[in-house]
Design a protein around this ligand. Structure first.
Ligand SMILES: [Zn+2]
Length: 251
């Protein structure tokens, strides 16, 4: 399994981070993990994890909720990290009006800046979008970039717009939740060459472990559920999502 989105630099893993990652790679069927940065500090932590574990890759960038931490000097450091061999994407970047909505203009400017960087460097992007689909689409569609909408919870109509423009769509454990509507619809709708899976660890743990700390091992419940919805085997969906991750991120 390849987990295209996780946060192993999170405090939730302070007590057992290295042991857990070791275990995931040696006995839980995890082949690769992309650890996403949210600001300079977590981007640097992601690179550190990627240097320590063969199977860990890093994405670097500013999450929209971290917009207040942005400064040009740190952004230069983020740019420099892009030439590191284990840094394979810019992320997670995007817009979030759920937690913070009084800084929309700053969020949009930062989002555009990072998309421009993706165009310049030909790096894929990992997009975070929450409660702002119209604004997010308006910006994203201005750029000729490739990438993935992580933890996608949008409608089928939004998925179609993105798919038509070459985007990938990634599903976390929410697709297994009892009240999942859009994720379940989209898990069937997204074509074979664009579907990805993730954990967003330590968050969004799949049923029946919802609420517990997440790790990449629990992604098997997400793959199992989507495979069942699509009427294919676990192994087949695992292969499909691995191939897609390798192609998009050039792993
Ligand atoms: Zn995330």
């Amino acid at each position: 399994m390849i987990d295209i989105h996780a946060h192993y630099d999170d405090n939730a893993f302070d007590s057992d981070r290295y042991e857990l990652l070791e275990e995931l790679f040696t006995s839980k069927g995890v082949k690769a993990i992309i650890n996403a940065g949210c600001n300079l500090e977590s981007s640097l932590q992601s690179v550190k994890l990627a240097e320590k574990f063969d199977g860990v890759y890093a994405a670097v960038g500013y999450h929209p909720q971290e917009v207040d931490l942005f400064n040009e000097k740190d952004f230069e450091t983020i740019k420099a990290l892009l030439s590191h061999p284990k840094v394979i994407a810019i992320g997670e970047i995007g817009l979030d009006y759920h937690w913070v909505s009084d800084n929309k203009e700053q969020q949009k400017a930062l989002f555009r800046k990072q998309l421009e960087l993706a165009v310049e460097t030909d790096m894929p992007v990992i997009i975070h979008e929450r409660d702002c689909v119209a604004d997010c689409l308006e910006i994203v569609l201005d750029y000729n970039v490739r990438g993935v909408f992580h933890a996608f919870s949008g409608s089928k109509e939004t998925a179609k717009i993105l798919l038509d423009r070459g985007w990938y769509i990634s599903f976390p454990g929410t697709v297994t939740f009892k009240n999942a509507k859009h994720p379940v619809e989209n898990a069937v709708f997204v074509p074979e060459d664009r579907i990805l899976t993730e954990t967003d660890s330590p968050y969004l743990t799949a049923h029946p472990f919802r609420g517990k700390r997440n790790d990449s091992g629990y992604m098997r419940y997400t793959i199992e559920k989507i495979a069942e919805l699509r009427g294919i085997s676990f192994e087949e969906l695992e292969r499909i999502t691995e191939d897609n991750a390798k192609r998009l991120f050039r792993l």
